[in-house]
Design a protein around this ligand. Structure first.
Ligand code: FE2
Length: 234
């Protein structure tokens, strides 16, 4: 039977990941802020964020004092709007109400930037907050090409050089427990902050730049502070 003519429904469990792209303007602002931190002797030292992060990287910096107020607002407004759209998308896919209006979404500052070089990696980890995003600012094509041409990867049934992977749940058959993606410039992924994810190393002598932000539901955060038990998000 290739088609079912009677009505049927499907029900999906588990996390939903949403990928879209950031605007050119936000891309430029984030790239400039990332380079500013790295080039400033003071910020490079002060914003070193490695103690707070799982990455096995030599350069990870937070964005404290990296933006002008105007530039920061442009980034924040775009990211909060996209995070709100993510909650709407999850609601549609899961057929359950998870939607959070943009006014109730707060960014848990600071965001941070990863400068990833050959041989560096990000082991499986989760984030804090309710929702997280990762944005790819600079992705040299040599990295994904490794999966097609390098002796290490090209014959593997699981080429992974430089790819990002999300994992969840048990393999009980007819179930997808992971998804892996080649990062592309300007791509932004939204996911539940506590979803396990990792980034595999690459060998090409290039550098990849990515950024992460975490978000929380303001109503939820306030309800905790006020000692109220009800939470909008599980
Ligand atoms: Fe992460």
């Amino acid at each position: 039977m290739t088609n079912l003519t009677r009505p049927y429904e499907t029900f999906i469990l588990g996390p939903v990941i949403m990928k879209t792209v950031i605007s050119d303007h936000t891309h430029t602002i984030l790239l400039n802020a990332s380079n500013k931190v790295r080039k400033s002797k003071k910020l490079k030292l002060k914003n070193d964020y490695r103690k707070n992060l799982a990455g096995n990287l030599t350069e990870e910096y937070n964005f404290n004092n990296a933006f002008t107020p105007q530039a920061e607002k442009i980034v924040d407004d775009e990211l909060r709007a996209l995070a709100a759209f993510f909650t709407k998308t999850v609601s549609n896919v899961q057929k359950r109400h998870f939607e959070v209006p943009v006014k109730d979404i707060v960014i848990l500052k600071p965001g941070w930037v990863n400068f990833m070089k050959p041989g560096e990696w990000n082991p499986q980890h989760t984030h804090t907050g309710s929702i997280s995003c990762v944005i790819f600012l600079k992705v040299p094509p040599e990295i994904e090409a490794e999966n097609r041409v390098s002796e290490l990867s090209k014959k593997s049934n699981t080429p992974t050089a430089g790819r990002i992977e999300f994992n969840y749940g048990e393999n009980i058959g007819f179930t997808k427990t992971g998804t892996m993606h080649p990062p592309r410039e300007k791509d932004i992924y939204f996911f539940s902050a506590r979803l396990n994810h990792l980034v595999y190393p690459f060998k090409s002598k290039v550098e990849r730049v990515s950024v992460s932000y975490n978000f929380a539901d303001k109503t939820y955060a306030e309800s905790i502070l006020e000692g109220q038990g009800a939470a909008a998000w599980g």
